[in-house]
Design a protein around this ligand. Structure first.
Ligand code: SF4
Length: 450
């Protein structure tokens, strides 16, 4: 990527984990609509379940997640009771005990739960849903709060994948983001995961952090690869202090400039793909060549949901917890983010839906186009449109709007087939934006494309 293009396309565009994207959800879709949508599902449909644990023991200053800090367990226990209440409300609204193929615990920090409570949630899910014997059960794991008893309980409860938050091993960077996590702490938790038999390990790294250098990031990558994770995510730090007030604790002048950020990303990708043999997936994921995700990429069967790239093929995602987001055939729903209001709604026997959006056929078609672009870096508009009984000819305007990107060598447009070039990979979101009917440039402020 030439640096002048990095500057030219420094657009603030959505991450396209959904389409329409979350800023377009509105209060017109609430608990009543969600309850009705759940009841209308075909009982044979496979579900994916996401549980948001909205607490952490300490605030990492780079954090972009929806979380609250607590040093005590009482608020966590109260939150958990609401979570059980919500599981019961949703399960009661469904047309039967439906199959679940994928369970994901995110946060916040799922590891803030006691081992007993974690086991209790899984047992409840198994009771209320038909959790498939080969279901993936994934947990985001903070090595600073996961102790041996928790890891042992995870393994006993059937967890198949742990995603370990690392960010960067450099103590100076860790200090600047208020996340002190010595290498040995990560090493210890990985030892337990292997000892107790959690088979799949992912690692999350971040570039664009304060005081981070290209060399430092590459050293973190080498050390992470030393643990032989099946997948590595290399996310870009999104500095949005106008939305996340704690990020003001990171002085702007300690952040790498745009050009360094691009070099971190590009050299990081090169190190992972060319030197360590990982397959790059979309913008920011890397998988071992025989990993399910790399296999799905090859088969053009990779998907994208609120957790990013996924092999999950379930057509319904149910989000539990404060700020939990769900995706149903009828549209999207989002729970209220404030824990207090979330708990209040559930205590009153109401679903905690605050916003959402019903989708139409045009949304579904555009979503499929954007998903293929994000996953495959290529899309055949005629082929995707045909799946919806439509014609790709309707996208002449969108194709024309890609002309500047084509002139800059970032995309190739041949007929109605778009291919994002290797140079354009980092700007794939800008290509997707051409198909985003809801996007009015300048209205929203998203994070940098890279
Ligand atoms: S542990 Fe994760 S969710 Fe919690 S503050 Fe740190 S980055 Fe955010």
């Amino acid at each position: 990527m030439r640096p002048e293009l990095a500057a030219k396309y420094d657009l603030r565009v959505p991450r396209y984990t959904s389409y329409p994207t979350a800023p377009h959800f509105h209060p017109g879709v609430g608990a009543e609509t969600y309850g009705r949508w759940l009841g209308e599902l075909d009982p044979a449909t496979e579900l994916s379940l996401y549980l948001h644990i909205a607490y952490c023991a300490e605030m990492c200053w780079f954090c972009g997640c929806h979380t609250k800090i607590t040093k005590r367990y009482t608020p966590v226990a109260a939150y958990l009771e609401a979570l059980f209440g919500e599981i019961a409300l949703v399960a009661d609204a469904l047309p039967g005990r439906m199959p679940a193929r994928h369970i994901h615990f995110g946060g916040g920090s799922p590891t803030i739960l006691s081992a007993e409570d974690f086991v209790r949630i899984i047992a409840t899910l198994r009771e209320r849903f038909l959790v498939k014997p080969d279901a993936e059960i994934a947990v985001e794991l903070d090595p600073r709060t996961a102790d041996e008893a928790y890891v042992a309980a995870m393994a006993r409860a059937g967890v198949t994948r742990a995603s370990i938050g690392v960010q960067d091993f450099d103590p100076k960077v860790q200090q600047a983001i208020n996340r002190i996590q010595p290498y040995e702490v990560t090493e210890r938790v990985i030892g337990w995961l292997r000892q107790y038999g959690v088979p799949e390990i992912n690692m999350d790294l971040v570039y664009g952090l304060p005081h981070q250098t290209v060399t430092g990031l590459l050293s973190t990558i080498d050390r992470a690869v030393g643990f032989r994770p099946r997948r590595i995510a290399l996310f870009g730090y999104a500095h949005v202090p106008w939305m996340k007030k704690h990020q003001r604790l990171i002085p702007e002048e300690t952040l790498p400039d745009t050009e360094t950020r691009w070099r971190q990303y590009e050299e990081g990708c090169r190190r992972l793909a060319e030197e360590h043999g990982y397959v790059q997936i979309g913008l920011d994921h890397f998988a071992a060549p025989d990993d399910e995700m790399a296999v799905a990429l090859k088969a053009r069967n990779l998907h994208r949901n609120f957790q990013g790239y996924t092999t999950d093929t379930a057509s319904v995602l149910i989000g539990f917890g404060a700020s939990g987001i769900g995706s149903l055939p009828q549209g999207y729903v989002a729970n209220v983010g404030e824990i207090h209001f979330y708990q209040q709604a559930i205590a009153e026997g109401r679903l905690a839906t605050q916003r959402g959006i019903a989708i139409n056929d045009d949304d579904r078609l555009r979503r499929a186009i954007i998903e293929r672009l994000m996953c495959d870096l290529a899309v055949d508009l005629d082929a995707v449109a045909a799946r919806f009984g439509q014609d790709g000819g309707q996208f002449a305007e969108e194709l024309a709007s890609l002309a500047p990107m084509q002139a800059d060598g970032l995309v190739n447009v041949e007929g109605r087939r778009i291919t994002v070039t290797e140079d354009g990979r980092t700007l794939v979101r800008a290509a997707c934006a051409a198909f985003d009917r809801y996007l009015r440039r300048g209205e929203q402020r998203h994070s940098k494309a890279v």
